[in-house]
Design a protein around this ligand. Structure first.
Ligand code: MN
Length: 334
């Protein structure tokens, strides 16, 4: 079994100035990294992790090899974060898939990026989010519906780069010809529910480029709150894409596996971006969830707007009162 077509697309979304997502689309290796950290550190973290996946020669095969790749990516991000003060505390998610010669797809996963499979028209989520809300759902303390709108849904419990060692989820999936895999950042999966992603992929099943465009458009229409990245790859129907013949679009796209805007040298002389959005990703170790109360609710921009509206209403009332007083005084004076 071989990899069929593949396509990747990334978009900053509508609320973020930069793009802290990075991806790899080099058959048979596919990955997403969603960086976090102040200033441009998130971009550094995700780019370092994506690069590590492509230039490390990990020994072995299957899950052992994927785990070694992710460990090396973690080591590089952590090393940089510990030696370069400007990137201190940075981290990144990683979700990587390798299509093996025997038709298995091996996954490695840390954080809240996701892998999905479309098979027979039905979409299935393959990865478990390492996030606070997913943890609370697994414990039965939160319903999936509550999790979707929870103010702390961006808080993750595991990230690459924050510790010298990382606990990597690995698993092997038996692929079938015609399977379509999607790896995406939370900028996509937070904006679109499973049914919406499924119907978009079904509608564009024959054209992965238009499928990725439709996914990004839909996420932007739903708010585009975060950077949006989708990597799509399929397992070839036998004989459809001869082995060893690379897909042209994939070839063109592959070298720029990190969003070009992301690490443009001029970025560094630009003024720092606005304060990170309220729901910016942070990491809380899963052990901390039990004892510690959930972290301070992220400050939302909503209360500010409400406050402004309240202030305006108050000003109008004060003005009206003043007018009444003036009118009454004027009336008394006559
Ligand atoms: Mn994100």
């Amino acid at each position: 079994m071989t990899v069929g077509r593949s396509y990747a697309r990334t978009d900053p979304g509508r609320k973020r100035r930069g793009n802290e997502d990075a991806y790899v689309c080099r058959p048979p290796l596919f990955a997403i990294a969603d960086g976090m950290g102040g200033a441009q550190a998130g971009e550094v973290a995700s780019a370092l992790a994506a690069e590590a996946l492509t230039d490390v020669q990990a020994n072995g095969s299957g899950e052992r090899r994927v785990a070694a790749l992710v460990q090396e990516a973690n080591r590089r991000v952590h090393q940089r974060a510990s030696t370069d003060a400007s990137t201190s505390g940075m981290g990144t998610t990683i979700t990587v898939a390798v299509v093996e010669d025997d038709g298995a797809v091996t996954f490695g996963h840390v954080g809240d990026s996701r892998a999905y499979l479309l098979r027979g028209g039905a979409l299935e989520q393959l990865t478990d989010d390492h996030s606070l809300v997913a943890e609370l759902v697994r414990r039965g303390e939160l319903s999936p519906a509550e999790a979707e709108v929870h103010p702390q849904r961006s808080v993750i419990t595991r990230a690459l780069g924050t510790d010298p060692d990382i606990d990597v989820d690995t698993f092997t999936f038996r692929a079938q010809p015609g399977d379509l895999f999607l790896i995406c950042s939370d900028g996509l999966s937070d904006m679109l529910d499973r049914d919406t992603i499924e119907s978009i992929l079904r509608a564009h099943r024959d054209d992965l480029e238009s499928a990725s465009r439709a996914l990004v458009q839909a996420a932007n229409r739903a708010g585009g709150e975060d950077n949006i990245t989708a990597v799509l790859f399929e397992i070839a129907d036998d004989g459809r894409v001869p082995a060893g013949e690379p897909d042209e679009r994939t070839r063109e796209y592959a070298p720029s596996f990190v969003d070009e805007d992301t690490l443009h040298p001029e970025d560094h002389v630009l003024p720092p971006p606005p304060a990170p959005a309220a729901d910016d990703t942070m990491v809380v170790p899963v052990e901390a969830i039990e004892q510690a109360p959930t972290p301070e609710p992220a400050e939302d921009t909503e209360p500010e707007a409400t406050l402004a509206r309240k202030a305006l209403a108050l000003a109008v009332i004060v003005a009206l009162c003043a007018l009444i007083v003036v009118l009454v005084l004027w009336g008394l004076a006559r």
